[in-house]
Each structure stands twice: as structure tokens, then as C-alpha cells.
Design a protein around this ligand. Structure first.
Ligand code: ACM
Length: 265
């Protein structure tokens, strides 16, 4: 199978413009699975809960989900995309998984970054893996990468590929993903955004360099820092399913969970 990302610079609050931009970039992608950035339709730098609420959408009845569902049906692809979700009056930083036949799942970001904690609720449903036929995929969002448990749990649940919508501002993630992939023998597709947002005295620059990283620690694709880009790579799920390093070592069987109890205190 082929999987990849779309990288661009969403314009804050211009949902229709951002949806159109993402759709037109996805139209060009020759891939079975495409990952879009975190908050791809709204932009990132909210300055109040009220503002986040005014831009958040219900999933899957909101216009962003509907636009993605329509494209997924037309192109017969799967899409993972980050959007602000409102559900029962609460706001979440979420990612949707959309198939050619509609919405499959929503992941709500578990580890909120910085002021996200002021506007959003932390995810309440854990990490899950979905069999989409060509592969098994899991989702995490941006800062979740900083917690190795996120990728580990998804890998232990059988993920071949972690779809990772992001709005990265720190310089570490892309390199750290090499280790995440190596220690779990999985693929990660980090779909980052580019550009600068300047709002209410804050100025954030996003790092681009969206990346597809392989189970054997290779960077299959790394985008540049600034430009719109569609990156696609061939995915070999058998590579992700083989956790064996040599005759004597298997990365998962060799874990000494009886000695890891301190991890869950
Ligand atoms: C982030 O979690 N958006 C840095």
C-alpha cells in the first residue's frame, strides 16, 4: 500500500479556505491513506475557549467531516485529519479516521500541550487500533509523541502505522520518531503544518518537515520546512508485523513486564 501526508499552512479561522486547500492537495496524492495536520481546518492558536467553541464541529455531522467523507468516497481512500471537536458541550483536540464508506473513529488527544489545556478537555477514550484492510492503524496527535507510552500502546495493540497529525513548534519530534519507530517496529506518518501564526501577542512558527518513518529507522520521506507538500511512501506491513531482531530476540516477547510495574504507578 501507499500512504502519505499533506503539509500546508492553514489560515486561522478560515475553515472553508483550509478545507478547499487540503482537498486540492489530497486530489494530487497517489496514496491509499493520507494524513492531514492537527487542526488542519481551523488553525492552531486559539485565544479563548469561546473562539475554540465557535470553530469546533460535531463529528461526523460537521462540514469538515462531511467534506473529508465525500473525498474519501470519491478517491476510495482513507483519511486521518485533525479537527477541533465539540461533543456534549465539551471541546476536544481530535483526529478523525474516514474510510471510503464514511467515518470510522475519532481519537481525542490525550496529552494536551500548553494553552490547549485552557480550551480543550484531555482525551477520555484511550488509544485504539483499526484494521482498514490494507493495514492496521492507530492515531496520536502532535505532543502525544513526547510520551513513549502513546506509540508503545498502539504498537502493542497491533498498529502497523501510526497516523500523527501535528502542529509542531519544538525541533525534536522528527528525529525522535526514528527511535519511536525502531523501538516499536512500526511506521509513523507525521503530518505537520508550516507557517507562522500571530495572535493576541503570541507568535508561533511551525516546523514543517512532515515525515514518513519506517520500522527499520529509515526516513522514507521528509518534507521541507516551509512549502506545501504531498509526501507518499510505499508501506510494507509485513515489516511492521515482524518484531524479531534475530534468532534470540523479539522486541515484544523479550519485554520484562513483571519488572516494569513502576511505570504504571
Ligand atoms: C502540539 O502538541 N501541538 C505541539
Amino acid at each position: 500500500m501507499k500512504a502519505g501526508f499533506v503539509q500546508f499552512a492553514p489560515e486561522f479561522g478560515k475553515v472553508d479556505v483550509n478545507i478547499e486547500k487540503a482537498l486540492s492537495l489530497m486530489e494530487k496524492a497517489d496514496a491509499d491513506l493520507i494524513v492531514l495536520p492537527e487542526f488542519f481546518n481551523t488553525g492552531y492558536l486559539f485565544i479563548s475557549a469561546q473562539e475554540a467553541s465557535s470553530l469546533a464541529e460535531e463529528i461526523p455531522s460537521g462540514k469538515t467531516s462531511l467534506a473529508l467523507i465525500s473525498l474519501a468516497r470519491k478517491k476510495k481512500i482513507h483519511i486521518v485529519a485533525g479537527i477541533a471537536e465539540v461533543s456534549a458541550g465539551k471541546l476536544y483536540n481530535s483526529a478523525v479516521l474516514i474510510s471510503p464508506s464514511g467515518h470510522i473513529a475519532t481519537y481525542r488527544k490525550i496529552h494536551l500541550f500548553n494553552e490547549e489545556k485552557l480550551w480543550f478537555q484531555p482525551g477520555d477514550q484511550g488509544f485504539a487500533v483499526y484494521d482498514i484492510g490494507s493495514s492496521k492503524i492507530g492515531m496520536m496527535i502532535c505532543f502525544d509523541w513526547y510520551f513513549p507510552e502513546s506509540a508503545r500502546i498502539l504498537a502493542l495493540k497491533g498498529a502497523d502505522i501510526i497516523c500523527h497529525p501535528a502542529n509542531l513548534v519544538l525541533p525534536y519530534c522528527q528525529d525522535a520518531m526514528i527511535t519511536r519507530c525502531l523501538e516499536n517496529r512500526i511506521y509513523v506518518i507525521t503530518a505537520n503544518r508550516t507557517g507562522v501564526e500571530q495572535r493576541d501577542g503570541r507568535k508561533w512558527r511551525y516546523t514543517g518537515k512532515s515525515q514518513i518513518t519506517s520500522p527499520d529507522a529509515r526516513i522514507l520521506y521528509r518534507a521541507d520546512e516551509e512549502n506545501d507538500e504531498v509526501g507518499v511512501a510505499e508501506i510494507n506491513v509485513q515489516l511492521a508485523r515482524n518484531k524479531r531482531l534475530n534468532k534470540y530476540n523479539d522486541l515484544f516477547d523479550d519485554r520484562r513486564v513483571e519488572l516494569y510495574q513502576d511505570l504504571v504507578q
